[in-house]
Design a protein around this ligand. Structure first.
Ligand code: MG
Length: 263
């Protein structure tokens, strides 16, 4: 059994883990307090590449939490950091929101606009501004040999009323048209953990992922060799955890409040 007392760095999923929709769980400040008191670090981790850390910063500040921009890490960050590791000066055709474009530019990534150019890769993000023109150009570049990368695999994004199509659904269209399956950067892939370690200098044996979803959060922790902590305040039930074979949490807590008592 892994030792929770040894964990210093906590990667926290947000929706279903520290809040639900717009309602902060009243035990969340207790966890953040406890992490700070033991000299640890909390990083909020999300697969949503349509927004930058700034949007989440405003949301959490609005909920009364003391957080700073460097506490947020998205699959957009994971993608940009990984591309910077792989290419001396990455050239990318980006299918993403204006916010993701700004993020990539801030990382010093060149965004290719000319459709006759062949970039190192075509990156597909959660593009709420997707157009047929972007789809056509992206497919053309992939067909001509640009590598196909997607920020994360989620099929749907939770939204009030009914969930909306996310990157996983868009991937199907690009793969259908080109025959190419993308490399995924976000949870549950280990790539996201490598990018986190690169940015924050965390050691895997001192790091845990805390989340409510087996297929992303817990599989991400298992794939990355970090401690996996499931909470029951979101999507997953204890029955599903008991029945799960390919995603195994090291610890299960009713909420992050119970977790706070054990670290
Ligand atoms: Mg969640």
């Amino acid at each position: 059994m892994k030792d929770l007392k040894k964990i210093k760095n906590f990667l926290l999923d947000m929706d279903g883990t520290i809040y639900l929709g717009d309602r902060l769980f009243d035990v969340t400040p207790k966890l953040l307090d406890r992490i700070a008191k033991k000299g640890g670090r909390a990083v909020f981790l999300t697969n949503n590449s349509s927004k930058s850390g700034e949007s989440y910063l405003q949301k959490l500040k609005g909920m009364g939490l003391e957080v700073s921009l460097d506490d947020f890490f998205t699959s957009g960050d994971a993608t940009a950091i990984t591309l910077k590791q792989r290419y001396a000066s990455p050239r990318v055709y980006l299918i993403g929101t204006p916010s993701l474009e700004r993020q990539f530019l801030d990382y010093g990534i060149e965004l290719v606009k000319d459709e006759n150019d062949i970039p190192d890769c075509v990156v597909l993000g959660f593009d709420l501004t997707l157009t047929y023109e972007k789809i056509r150009i992206g497919c053309k570049m992939i067909a001509k040999g640009a590598k196909f990368i997607a920020t994360h695999p989620d099929r749907l994004c939770p939204a009030p009323g009914i969930s909306i199509p996310d990157v996983g659904s868009m991937i199907k269209m690009f793969t259908e048209a080109t025959g190419v399956v993308p490399e995924i950067m976000g949870k549950p892939e280990q790539t996201m953990a490598s990018a986190v370690f690169e940015r924050y200098g965390f050691a895997p044996d001192e790091t845990a992922m805390v989340g409510d979803r087996l297929s992303t959060d817990i599989r991400f922790a298992n794939n990355s060799g970090i401690t996996a902590i499931a909470v029951l305040t979101g999507e997953t039930t204890s029955e599903e955890i008991a029945a799960s074979v390919d995603a195994r949490p090291d610890f299960v807590f009713a909420s992050v409040g119970e977790l706070a008592d054990e670290i």
